[in-house]
Design a binder for this molecule. Structure first.
Ligand SMILES: [Mn+2]
Length: 186
């Protein structure tokens, strides 16, 4: 029986290959860093409170959450490597690009909620990590919209994990400084 750390490392190896060459938006840092941060948030959150969560599922979905949206990996391949449950959760975390852009977030959140607590935890961790300094070229408007989206995520997925939600709420407040910075700079 693989331990959670073995499971985590296997997913990270797969993600490293799938996302090879990709950089974080507006940065020279590898995309894998985003996934490592999401993994860390999930790990520390579960250390705080793991009751009711399948730890291996959280870690795998957390590390693999962008492979369907941002790489050439197909659902069949993901399911073959990590099982149907992981694949189904990652699909909920992937936007349906056939929908109008304005509906994609709400649609994904509905599917995440219907899927599992684990998928909800990953989405909270993902947005928490994304409440870092935005790409320098983002306008104040875009930053405000991103902060609003984060508030919606927190509201829709609230009741999943108190510790992670408190961290996200704090990061959302802190994000105002990046908006003011941009407003002041114009
Ligand atoms: Mn992400």
């Amino acid at each position: 029986m693989p331990t959670p750390v073995d499971v985590y490392r296997r997913a990270l190896d797969f993600a490293a290959r799938a996302h090879a060459g990709q950089k974080m938006s507006g940065s020279e840092l590898p995309y894998l860093l985003h996934l490592a941060h999401v993994g860390a948030e999930i790990n520390f959150a579960l250390e705080n409170e793991a009751e009711g969560f399948d730890e291996n599922l959280c870690l795998q979905v957390g590390i693999l959450h962008d492979v369907l949206e941002d790489t050439d990996i197909l659902p069949e391949e993901l399911a073959r490597e990590f099982g149907e449950e992981v694949c189904a959760a990652v699909q909920t975390l992937s936007k349906n690009k056939k929908l109008p852009k304005a509906q994609q977030m709400a649609d994904s959140l509905n599917r995440i909620k219907a899927n599992s607590k684990e998928a909800c935890l990953v989405k909270l961790a993902d947005r928490l990590v994304n409440m870092s300094p935005p790409p320098h070229y983002w306008s104040a408007e875009r930053r405000k919209a991103y902060q609003e989206d984060a508030r919606m995520i927190l509201e829709v997925l609230g009741g999943t994990h108190a510790y992670l939600e408190a961290r996200l709420a704090q990061k959302i407040e802190d994000y105002s400084s990046y908006i003011e910075e941009e407003d002041g700079g114009q």
